[in-house]
Design a protein around this ligand. Sequence first.
Ligand SMILES: O=C[C@H](O)COP(=O)(O)O
Length: 257
Amino acid sequence: MATTPPARRLIGLSTKMYFSQSHNREVTQGFLTHLSSITAESLSDVDIFIIPDFVSLTETINLLKSSPVPIWPGAQDCHWEDSGAFTGEVSPAVLSEVGVKIVEVGHAERRRLFGEDDATVAKKAAAVSRNGMIPLVCIGEQTRGDIGVAVDECQTQVEAVMGGVPSTAEVALAYEPVWAIGASEPAGEEHVLRVVEGIRRLDCVKSRRGVTRVVYGGSAGPGLYERLKTGLDGLFLGRFGHDPERFVKTIREVAEA
Ligand SMILES: O=C[C@H](O)COP(=O)(O)O
């Protein structure tokens, strides 16, 4: 059976590279408007994050300051060093300085399109943690199929990261089966629950002293969390959170499930 998740849930959205800056502004403002229809009390056990593109990040941070509940600003990636001659890269120290709380590392698109391997992802996760932020480590199997194969693929990815992040530090794992990203519907709940159960049983996860939350991503949206709540701590949305009303609906579902 699935293990009992920790009390606080986690839900967030990445806009990847879909939006213009003006559209990001409209969506963020729309999100805050819809969020104001929910009482702060009903959101007291959930952490919410928004991850815009880098150019829109500081503007988003300022917009989120008017939220009645804390919304964590996030980043889609970072470098593993805090400073230096790394043209085009983004420093985790600067992300922390401007108020970022959570940073994605190892997204499937970074691994596939930009050649990031487990060692690179581990260095980035360590850098995020060293700078006082939470690494949101994206993991997942390449192809749809056997549960055991999926857990094995995730195990390699998780072990690499946990080797570089202190056991006491908070880590969030985003289980995103690669085949379910950008699809028309999420992976089936039985598949997700069984793979996540396997991930939680890994020694490098079980033995941690810091909080380790596991969220699901890959065509996630409204109506999904009710089916995953026994084994998942929350959701990580992409396209199906672009509409602020749908994103807030999903937040409400995660908070109330
Ligand atoms: O970063 C988010 C995930 O990759 C999911 O994206 P998606 O919901 O558009 O498939």
